[in-house]
Design a protein around this ligand. Structure first.
Ligand SMILES: Cc1ncc(COP(=O)(O)O)c(C=O)c1O
Length: 392
């Protein structure tokens, strides 16, 4: 090897970076680029742009010159508004000293991982799971340990004993995403209390991703760890403006943690992003304070979409699914399908519909497909007509 030659840059990275999994959902969506007329139901976002009362607030903030850095844990108005919002939602006081504004739910997850993980630890997670979690675990060099949900009576269930059995002295955290992307499964308050009690005894953290807390059908909000935990419990609750207020592109979220973590998270946010975008935070205040009727509208719309998709899909011979109680995904089993990635390609090229392959959500997801139904009933009906021949 010539000493004068530079090393190939991609080979000079940390070893963990070489093992980063590529997104199976993006793999399929990339194939769809340039294909005319594809109905894209592969990503987890709604088709509505952010409502005007929120964009107006952002425009006002910009016009008023709110274009400077903010405190690293977020502007005081937003932290206070979030504390009031969560205290009202969960019927118990949650102080603003427990709230840290983050530059997205994704960033909140990464901050939690950075606080807890390194190559000496493992993380126990419930699967099928949104794949980005495992990307973060890989970056941190930690070991992921999957505990699969089971299927019973047409619904998803978690056997907590399996979670407990997967934990050992090197377990730093248990990750639970409830309501779940992709299954719509929700953990009950009783299960949350049981997991908390176990983790308290063992000194293990819980990272609870509750970004779909408000996208629930037949109830007001999903059961939350914040309803059953003590303020000092080893708990990171991840939340986001993306789903409840149609703000995916704003990159705004928040973490609720023990207050004692405040100074640490202030530094972590400083060194990662130096605060979420200022105008987005001002818009976030308005979303949280004035957004209840919008959330209700959104959930009613998704409810109708869920019913349509469930009714149509369950009428197709090869499909097995139950109606999800939360989130906006149909995660359905396809009889006779061995390879969900190959099937996603088939659906894309033959049906012109973009779905996410179940394998993207871990090996328990193989045999399933995920369809995001946060779209209009017209578009969903058209998508159903197109995929029916492939699933009957
Ligand atoms: C389970 C889950 N957590 C977190 C996020 C990230 O949300 P954000 O847009 O705030 O980064 C998503 C987005 O799809 C998600 O499905």
């Amino acid at each position: 090897m010539s000493p004068d030659r530079p090393v190939r840059p991609e080979l000079a990275l940390r070893p963990a970076i070489h093992t980063l999994p590529t997104s199976r959902i993006r793999e399929i969506s990339r194939l769809g680029v340039g294909l005319p007329g594809v109905i894209p139901l592969w990503f987890g976002e709604g088709d509505e742009s952010t409502p005007k009362f929120i964009t107006d607030a952002a425009a006002r903030a910009l016009a008023e010159g709110r274009t400077f850095y903010t405190p690293n844990r977020g502007i005081p108005e937003l932290r206070a508004a979030l504390a009031v919002y969560m205290s009202g939602l969960y019927g118990r006081p949650i102080g603003e000293d427990r709230v840290t504004v983050t530059a997205s739910g994704m960033s909140a997850i990464m901050l939690a991982m950075q606080c807890l993980m390194d190559h000496t630890g493992n993380i126990v997670h419930v699967t099928p799971l949104w794949p980005n979690f495992l990307g973060d675990v890989t970056i941190m060099g930690a070991e992921p340990r999957a505990v699969p949900l089971g299927e019973r009576g047409g619904g998803w269930v978690l056997d907590l004993e399996r979670v407990f059995a997967a934990c050992d002295d090197n377990t730093r955290a248990v990750v639970v995403n409830s309501p779940s992307n992709p299954t719509g499964w929700m953990m009950t308050n009783e299960e949350q209390s049981e997991l908390l009690a176990f983790c308290r005894r063992r000194g293990i953290w819980i990272i609870a991703d509750e970004v779909y807390a408000r996208i629930v059908y037949d109830r007001h909000h999903a059961p939350s760890f914040l309803e059953v935990a003590e303020p000092e419990d080893l708990l990171f609750v991840v939340n986001s403006f993306s789903k409840s207020w149609s703000m995916t592109g704003w990159r705004l979220g928040w973490l609720t943690t023990p207050a004692a973590l405040g100074p640490t998270l202030e530094m972590m946010n400083e060194y990662n992003v130096a605060g979420a975008a200022t105008f987005a935070q001002h818009a976030g205040v308005v979303a949280v304070r004035e957004g209840e009727s919008y959330v209700t509208h959104l959930v009613e719309r998704y409810h109708r979409a869920r019913d349509l998709v469930h009714q149509r899909l369950s009428g197709m011979r090869r499909v097995r699914m139950s109606a999800p109680d939360a989130a906006f995904y149909a995660f359905f089993a396809v009889e006779g399908m061995r390879d969900s990635i190959a099937f996603a390609r088939e659906v894309l090229f033959e049906g012109k519909v973009g779905l996410a392959p179940g394998a993207a959500f871990g090996s328990t997801g193989e045999g399933y497909m995920r369809l995001c139904f946060a779209s209009s009933n017209e578009l969903l009906s058209q998508a159903m007509d197109r995929i029916e021949p492939l699933l009957s």
